[in-house]
Ligand binder design. Structure first.
Ligand SMILES: [Zn+2]
Length: 682
């Protein structure tokens, strides 16, 4: 049984070894001023903790730990393994990764190690064990944090050998592998496992084939290498976890993820985690719906349980082309947005702003000025004070949704490695487009994996589910047979889990479910557009909508036509269809349409299954709800810069930030937040 985290976490990454000791007492005083109760350390301190192979230097960390304990500040203890010491790279150069160009890296940067390196695993396991042994009895150690933002692929000879072993386990025989990879194409038949080479820029990956995106001459190989690398990160992380659990079996473990980060199948990695946490670094141009989507994805990785916001910046970042300030109120608003979607923490990178290197202009809780009498300092103080008063009942509260959006990493890889039909195929963009249609109506959404149980949802949306296993197709059909509503789009149901086309007509996996046959797929260049025109005799869509990128030429095989294309040789042919199947319905959207079509279509579907918004509010106001035993916490987030008004439903509500009853009409200032608690039955 793992120890629960029993309070709402507020604080951030603390790097005291970048500062002289006489700064530490001041750090603690400033932390107290802000109500900081948690710090994460020592994320990048391997060089200071192990200055030589047989030498360990924990003295400074002991002092910091004692200081934090004396001041009742929780510690999320990070293994410092994201950046190995220089002596290690010098002495064990095969630990350095080989990149896709076949170049062995030199020391420097971070996550600059071969994820399968036996030397790296030996040393990372050793430092994890030493730390767990040393700090196991500290009562303020609440969570382990493995490494930092995993993600560097390696293509070295050792990884190649590990890849062969991984393939042997997956496919059993070279014949099965030849079949799965369709190696008869271009005479790529493999005679021996030794013939397998990692797909890289010097073998079968095509650098920047689609703008800044790699293509592949054999997508099946490329997708399998991504799966293998995801499993490599998992086993690398589990190597450290096993060492830690020898000493602290009851302390939960996390690693910090990064939302829609393409290289790692986070559903796979999250299976091993006790807590899922992530780092939220949107650009100022990212819509609130995209941030919300990534929070909901993270909650999906946590299988619906609360998660942790491990990092965000209190103000500007440093790596964007233009590092815009967070406008007044935005830091607080985005912090509560995380909580609204299931986070039990508001943590920042980092506590004190670095003096040198690439993150010196990345904002921190304590800026270079060295005090908190700043705009951001005052906002942090206000937020810290508020969070300290939050009802701890919220920690157990979970979000509930009847709409699921399916998100699948291998599908993402396969769809975007694809050579054709269009370089503008963009998985995250299309998934977000469908998510946004629900978000704008304040209909809660769960983001779920391809393995998730669909029972209990009213609506399952799987935009661009290009790669569909027989098992997944069967589960979706069962879901619809039993009365569910399924929505999918162009470039779905085309290929199996090895990226081999399902024969018999597109969309092979879903042809009977959707009651259509896609004869051809047209890819439009950016200057080419078409239109989707609502059909007569239906009441789902009402207008005409701009569309582009992909247009499928469809024949119906039982489906009802909701809209047709407006132009070109397929004008008048179906663009949006609806098919009765068992007790349910399945919808197909054959093109990439403007926002209004998705708003209207998803709105109609929600009405059909009686999905109501959490609360009726003006545009730009986000509403979510978390449910605890006997209480519901409703979050109202005004993303507009101007004030907004709305009415609370009848009943007794408590303002959770001011601990006072509220009712009736509410006016919320620009970028302000209301959290209210309502007693409920059940
Ligand atoms: Zn390697």
């Amino acid at each position: 049984m793992k120890k629960e985290i029993t309070e709402f976490l507020y604080g951030g990454d603390y790097n005291p070894d970048q500062w002289p000791e006489d700064v530490w007492e001041n750090d603690i005083a400033l932390m107290k001023e802000l109500n900081v109760n948690t710090v994460t350390l020592p994320v990048f301190s391997w060089a200071n903790l192990q200055p030589a192979e047989d030498q360990f230097n924990f003295g400074w960390l002991d002092k910091v730990m004692d200081l934090l304990l004396a001041n009742q500040i929780n510690v999320i203890m990070a293994t410092p393994t994201a950046a190995q010491p220089a002596w290690m790279s010098r002495k064990y150069p095969e630990m350095l990764p080989v990149d896709a160009q076949g170049r062995r890296h030199k020391h420097g940067a971070r996550t600059n190690f071969c994820v399968n390196s036996p030397d790296y695993r030996r040393f990372s396991g050793q430092i994890a064990a030493k730390m767990a042994e040393r700090y196991q009895s500290y009562p303020n150690l609440i969570l382990w944090h493995i490494s930092n933002e995993y993600g560097t692929y390696c293509y070295c000879d050792h990884c190649a050998q590990k890849f062969r072993e991984w393939l042997q386990k997956r496919y059993g025989s070279i014949e099965n592998l030849n079949h799965a990879w369709y190696t008869n194409f271009w005479g790529h038949t493999l005679y021996d496992w030794e013939d397998v080479v990692p797909p890289s820029h010097i073998s079968s990956l095509i650098p920047n084939a689609f703008g800044n995106r790699d293509g592949a001459t054999n997508q099946s190989v490329a997708v399998d290498y991504n799966r293998f690398m995801s499993d490599s990160f998992l086993s690398c992380m589990e190597n450290e976890m096993a060492q830690i659990r020898k000493f602290t079996p009851d302390i939960p473990i996390t690693t910090n993820l990064m939302g829609t980060f393409k290289p790692i199948d986070y559903f796979r990695l999250s299976e091993a985690l006790d807590y899922v946490s992530w780092d939220n670094y949107p650009s100022i141009h990212d819509p609130a719906s995209l941030i919300a989507f990534k929070h909901d994805l993270t909650r999906g990785l946590a299988k619906g349980k609360p998660f942790l916001l491990m990092e965000q910046t209190p103000n500007q970042q440093n790596w964007q082309p233009y590092n815009t300030l967070k406008r007044p109120g935005v830091m607080r608003l985005w912090s509560y947005q995380a909580v609204a979607h299931g986070a039990n923490s508001v943590l920042f990178f980092q506590w004190r702003q670095s003096l040198g290197a690439c993150e010196k202009y990345h904002a921190a809780m304590v800026p270079h000025a060295g005090h908190l009498n700043t705009r951001i300092g005052r906002e942090l103080k206000e937020l810290g004070d508020e969070l300290a008063t939050l009802d701890n009942g919220l920690l157990q509260a979970t979000n509930r949704a009847k709409v699921a959006i399916l998100f699948d990493w291998p599908n993402w890889w396969a769809a975007e490695y694809s050579s054709g039909p269009s370089k503008d195929i963009n998985y995250v963009r299309i998934v977000h487009n469908y998510y946004r249609a629900f978000y704008k109506q304040n209909i809660p959404v769960d983001v779920v994996s391809a393995q998730a149980d669909l029972v209990g949802y009213d609506i399952v949306v799987a935009p661009m589910l290009y790669m569909t296993s027989a098992d997944l197709a069967a589960r979706i059909k069962q879901f619809v047979t039993d009365g569910g509503v399924f929505v999918t789009t162009y470039f779905s149901g085309i290929a199996n889990e090895n990226d081999l086309v399902i024969t018999g007509g597109y969309p092979g996996a879903f042809r009977d479910l959707l009651g259509i046959w896609v004869e051809e797929t047209d890819a439009l260049s950016p200057e080419m557009r078409n239109a989707v025109v609502a059909a007569d005799g239906q009441n789902v869509l009402s207008g005409s909508y701009d569309c582009g990128i992909i247009c499928d030429v469809i024949h119906t095989e039982g489906a009802k036509v909701l809209a047709t294309f407006g132009q070109d040789f397929y004008a008048g042919q179906p663009a949006v269809t609806e098919n009765q199947y068992g007790q349910g319905r399945a919808y197909y959207v054959a093109t990439d349409s403007e926002e209004a079509l998705l708003d209207e279509l998803m709105g109609s579907i929600c009405k059909l299954v009686q999905q109501e918004p959490v609360l009726a509010v003006p545009e730009g106001v986000e509403v979510t709800r978390r449910y605890a035993d006997g209480a519901a916490f409703t979050f109202v987030l005004n993303h507009n810069a101007t004030e907004t008004t709305f009415s609370l439903p009848d009943g007794e509500h408590t303002d959770a930030l001011r601990q006072a009853p509220i009712s009736g009409d509410i006016t919320l200032k620009g970028r302000d937040v209301l959290i209210f608690c309502t007693q409920i039955k059940g």
